[in-house]
Design a protein around this ligand. Structure first.
Ligand code: PHE
Length: 359
């Protein structure tokens, strides 16, 4: 290759570069374009490698031509590199500008309230509308409040109905929410409208409908001229509202030392619709609301004037009501810590914190 041919070859390489440069749209593509020209085996690099093939007196000139070309090519590649980099920055800036910090974040599924809590809140709202206050009593109770004040003396066989956990300090884990009846009478006097939701404990053999730990809502209304009719009307309204259907009630006599007369209010079973299933022990009915007129001895123990006042009380089986409402067949899952298989958050009124996929 003489000098003229060399010049021509260099011009060719530079023309090719002009065509290739705009097509190199990434740093990597540009780097490989560069090595295809300037690398040892590149189109220009190999020309420089052949410099020894030229007569000694031409070598200087060949070297100069090639090196100048190399300089020009390098410069053009660097320039293109600069363009690519600033395009990257601009693209990054565009994404940054299209980011809207006021958009809501991606929600996480956080679960929802427990079925028992969901029903408890519902019942509380309902009674608040009727002028009832919501009271709480301790889970660790004195024997006096749990039994004696409720007309269950130590020798009374009714104590066997409600065996419980006796603590070393002489207290008991309350077997029902009824001690709050006594506490409220002492605290507020009459007239009185309270409900008292809470956890109760009994020495029980566990099965699908018995737990050693369960929830009740006590209700107590004391005033002039209160009768069982008021109680039954209230029960009807309460159960229809919670179940969102026309609930059938059955009222039969029931024995509790702290009421006279005592009744059991049953509702038709939600699981089988009344035809009979294991949950309702094949009766079609579920005991949901033991109740009655407050026994005069209980009123007296609470310093209520029995000549002026009467009252009714009930012990709503909150756990059982939650089971009915959400069609939960086995009470044991409620304390199990994982309710996902049996009840979806949507049935509980939706997750407290809405999450993706739960909306
Ligand atoms: N405390 C009773 C129980 O747990 C229920 C009840 C409450 C009955 C109030 C009558 C009146 O079994």
């Amino acid at each position: 290759m003489d000098l003229e041919q060399l010049n021509q070859r260099i011009a060719e390489i530079e023309t090719q570069l002009s065509a290739a440069l705009p097509k190199a749209t990434s740093v990597d593509a540009l780097r490989s374009l560069e090595s295809g020209i300037l690398g040892k085996k590149g189109s220009l690099g190999s020309l420089l490698g052949n410099i020894r093939d030229y007569p000694a007196n031409q070598r200087g000139q060949v070297g100069q031509l090639a090196n100048q070309a190399k300089g020009r090519i390098k410069e053009r590649i660097e320039k293109r590199l600069g363009e690519l980099r600033s395009a990257d920055v601009a693209a990054e800036r565009r994404t940054a500008e299209s980011y809207d910090p006021t958009l809501p974040g991606v929600g996480r599924a956080m679960g929802s309230v427990h079925p028992v809590t969901a029903v408890q809140w519902e019942v509380e709202r309902l009674f608040e509308r009727l002028g009832f206050t919501v009271e709480a009593g301790p889970e660790m109770e004195s024997e006096h409040n749990n039994f004696e004040a409720l007309n269950i003396p130590a020798s009374h066989p009714a104590r066997d109905m409600q065996d419980t956990f006796f603590l070393e300090n002489g207290m008991v884990l309350r077997t029902h929410t009824s001690p709050v009846q006594h506490r409220s009478m002492i605290k507020f006097g009459a007239p009185l409208r309270v409900i008292a939701p809470g956890r109760c404990f009994r020495y029980e053999t566990l099965d699908a409908s018995h737990e050693n730990t369960f929830h009740q809502i006590e209700g107590l209304m004391i005033d002039e001229n209160i009768s069982l009719a008021n109680l039954i009307a209230l029960a009807q309204m309460l159960l229809c509202e919670v179940m969102q259907r026309d609930v059938k009630l059955r009222v039969r006599p029931g024995y509790f030392p702290f009421v006279e007369p005592g009744i059991e209010i049953d509702m038709n079973c939600e699981i089988c619709g009344g035809s009979g299933c294991p949950t309702c022990k094949n009766s079609g009915w579920v005991e949901i609301l033991p109740a009655g007129m407050v026994h005069p001895r209980v009123l007296k123990a609470g310093n209520i004037d029995t000549n002026k006042y009467t009252g009714f009380a009930f012990g709503l089986g909150l756990t059982r009501l939650a089971m009915m409402k959400f069609a939960i067949r086995d009470i044991r899952v409620l304390n199990s810590g994982d309710l996902r298989p049996i009840v979806s958050p949507m049935r509980l009124g939706g997750p407290i914190i809405a999450g993706e996929g739960m909306r």
